[in-house]
Design a protein around this ligand. Structure first.
Ligand SMILES: [Zn+2]
Length: 201
């Protein structure tokens, strides 16, 4: 997942399932969204254009399939990749990013300064010694000026719990938000309670 196509990109993209293409587009957009929250720092550098190009390639392939979808031999269109967007919207309406971060990491932000909340970076790979981690409640986004991690609620959850993708994060946050579960049998979904605080400020 999320592997950029190499060489003749179109040839390789045709072999990827539509739901995977939609998931990959979503993942690249999350990555770009993470970079976009602090554009003045331009942490992405020249790679921003690269992400743009990749997403463009994927969207071109999706457009091609939409045109081909009327053909008699076309497979049915998957719903997972698109319906997930509405689930994410519902999660974000119920959960505030700063609340989830405080709950999950034990961080105490104190008073906002210029509308920003700061704490030491909770990501395990970043041994932050000062409060480099900034949350923007108005935008419901975060950015770490130490390690460059940034994004929104979903991005935070994926990075903090070191998940392999967005799907698991959506399932777990769906539970946390009290939304109806996708399936009745709890398998990989873990209750986000009882986790020890991580490097509180
Ligand atoms: Zn960091």
């Amino acid at each position: 997942m999320m592997q950029p196509n190499t060489g003749d990109g179109r040839a390789s993209l045709t072999m990827i399932s539509t739901s995977q293409l939609l998931d990959d587009i979503e993942c690249w957009q999350w990555i770009m969204a993470g970079y976009q929250i602090a554009p003045e720092d331009d942490p992405a550098g020249g790679s921003f254009a690269y992400f743009d190009w990749i997403i463009g390639e994927y969207e071109t392939e999706i457009d091609r399939r939409k045109r081909a979808a009327t053909a008699s031999r076309a497979p049915s269109w998957p719903t997972a990749g698109e319906s997930r967007v509405s689930v994410i919207d519902a999660i974000k309406q119920r959960l505030r990013l700063e609340d989830v971060i405080a709950y999950e990491t034990g961080a105490r932000f104190g008073k906002p300064i210029h509308g920003r909340l700061r704490c030491r970076c909770p990501f395990i790979d970043h041994r932050d010694t000062e409060p480099s981690f900034v949350v923007y409640p108005d935008q419901q986004s975060f950015f770490c000026f130490g390690c460059g991690n940034g994004g929104d609620l979903i991005t935070f959850w994926v990075a903090f719990h070191q998940l392999s993708g967005v799907a698991a994060a959506v399932d777990q946050l769906r539970d946390m938000a009290g939304l109806a579960p996708k399936r009745t049998a709890p398998d990989s979904a873990r209750a986000p309670t009882g986790r020890p605080p991580v490097r509180i400020e």
